[in-house]
Each structure stands twice: as C-alpha cells, then as structure tokens.
Write a protein that binds this ligand. Structure first.
Ligand code: NAP
Length: 254
C-alpha cells in the first residue's frame, strides 16, 4: 500500500504563517517534504520556516498575496528554483467575512473575500498545474469549508467563495486526471486558529455554540485538518480526486 511519505518531494503551502497552514507545513516537513511557504504575513511565515528547520526540515518562505497573479507566479518560480520542482500544493490561504446578511454585505467586502478565497485558489492552481504538467503530474489540495457544502447565514461572500473552491477543485480534477494531477479539497468545521479567535472576539456568544454545532462536541484542531490535507496530497490517496472531504466533527452529517 502506498505510504504517506514525502521524502524527496517539495510541497507548497499557502497561508503558512498561521493556523491550518502552519500545522500543515510542519506535518508535511515531518514526513520528509521540503516546504515552500507562502503568506502575506512575513513575520509569521518566517517563524513557520524556523519551526520546520528546528525539526531538521527544509523550508523557504516567500511573501505572497495570493490574489495577485504576479505574486503567485513569483512564489512558484522561487520554489521551483530552490528545490527543482513542486510536487504537491496545499492552497489554504483565506480570509473570513465580518458577519452580515447578504443585502448588507458591501461590494468591497464581496470583492475582497472572493479575491482572496476564490481567485487566490484559482491563481495558485493555474500556476501550479502549468508547472506540474511538463513534470508528469502532482497533487493539489484546496482549503474550502463546511460553508462550501451548506449555507452559512451572515457569510454570503465567504460561502460563495468556498462553494466556488469546490467547483474549481472538481473541474480541475476532471480536466487533469489523465495528466497525473489529482485535485481535492478539505472542508473544515470550526477550527481553533487565529481566524476562529477573531470570530469569537466579534461575537462572543459563538463560543457556547461551537460544541453544539459539532456532533463530536468540540471545535477541531489545526493539526486535524492538516492530517487530512497531508493524506489527500499523498500517494496513499492515489485513487482519490475531485473530492471535497468534510473535516468537521460531523457538522454536515446532521
Ligand atoms: P488564519 O489563522 O487566519 O491563517 C490564514 C493565513 O492566511 C494568515 O497567515 C493570513 O495572513 C494568510 N492570508 C490572508 N490573506 C492572504 C493573501 N491574500 N495572500 C496570502 N496569504 C494570506 O486562518 P485559518 O483558520 O488557519 O484558515 C486557513 C484556511 O482554512 C482558510 O482558507 C479558511 O477560510 C479555512 N477555514 C478555516 C476555518 C476555521 O474555523 N479556522 C474553518 C473552515 C475553513 P494575515 O494574518 O496577514 O491575513
């Protein structure tokens, strides 16, 4: 059976300065991958790179705004130059939406959320696939959300962006399956990260709701989403593509 082993492979992770992205970068590196870390947050990204190196891994941090084509192209070029090729990518950078009903959501908010969460994933996939095609294949995992599978009241832009991520994931899986490129998504429930902390700071009552939302009775940990992303990117998932995997403590099973 194929192993969850990344020895000799290079993995790109966006949103790597914090939360799920940092946990995934550490987990990929622990399994032997050299990691290329992209994020807007330079201090956090460099700190993730230091954590990986302290564990005897190899890491390169590149500041990137995933909503900008030139930035994404430069990230992939820098990774390819340093490590020769990029075998896998975890397109995870994303932003939340401050809650309001759809009619109260401004055009600027809609454009900002879609720009990072949807266009950012599209740009990353566009450049990653162009890089992977001549190398004979690769594996891509995108971070969506439970808000990609069900509606999310007061999060219309966020839900639209994450439903879009699943649409991109499935479409790319169909288009590039025969080229050896697998494309999947993870759909996290509420996960303990700085993003969750900001949500609770805005609406403290959410904290009481979180255990009730998840049949498992608690929020998830970043490492639990990272483990799913690592498995989907690995050869152990060699027959899995076009899948949106809920990592949600049962939230969407209700
Ligand atoms: P996080 O702790 O806020 O980490 C997100 C990282 O992405 C931050 O370092 C952030 O930098 C970076 N980022 C934001 N915009 C960027 C851009 N334009 N270009 C590059 N990097 C950018 O959040 P997280 O909880 O780990 O979230 C990771 C992913 O999981 C997101 O896609 C999120 O939507 C998804 N998700 C999270 C949850 C949850 O409950 N935490 C649930 C479902 C899905 P700055 O700090 O500088 O903005």
């Amino acid at each position: 059976m194929p192993d969850v082993d990344f020895a000799g492979k290079c993995v790109l992770v966006t949103g790597a300065a914090s939360g799920i992205g940092r946990a995934a970068a550490i987990e990929f590196a622990a399994r032997g991958a050299r990691v290329v870390l992209g994020d807007l947050d330079e201090a956090g990204g460099e700190e993730t790179a230091r954590i990986v190196r302290r564990g005897a891994g190899e890491a390169l941090f590149v500041r990137v705004d995933v909503s900008r084509d030139a930035d994404v192209a430069a990230l992939i070029a820098a990774g390819a130059e340093r490590y020769g090729r990029i075998d896998c990518a975890f397109n995870n950078a994303g932003i939340e939406e401050e809650g309001q009903r759809l009619a109260d959501c401004s055009e600027a908010t809609f454009d900002r959320v879609l720009g990072v969460n949807l266009k950012g994933v599209w740009l990353c996939m566009k450049h990653e696939i162009a890089h992977m095609l001549p190398k004979g294949g690769g594996a891509i995992v995108n971070t969506a959300s439970v808000a990609a599978l069900i509606g999310a009241p007061n999060q219309s832009a966020y839900a639209a962006s994450k439903h879009g991520v699943v649409g991109l994931t499935k479409t790319a899986a169909l288009e590039y399956g025969r080229d050896g490129i697998r494309v999947n998504a993870v759909c996290p429930g509420v996960i303990r990260t700085p993003m969750m902390d900001r949500g609770i700071a805005r609406r403290p009552e959410i904290e009481q709701l979180i255990p009730r939302l998840h049949p498992i009775g608690r929020a998830g940990e970043a490492a639990e989403v990272a483990a799913a992303a690592v498995w989907l990117a690995s050869d152990a998932a060699s027959f899995v593509t076009g899948h949106a995997l809920a990592v949600d403590g049962g939230l969407t099973a209700i």
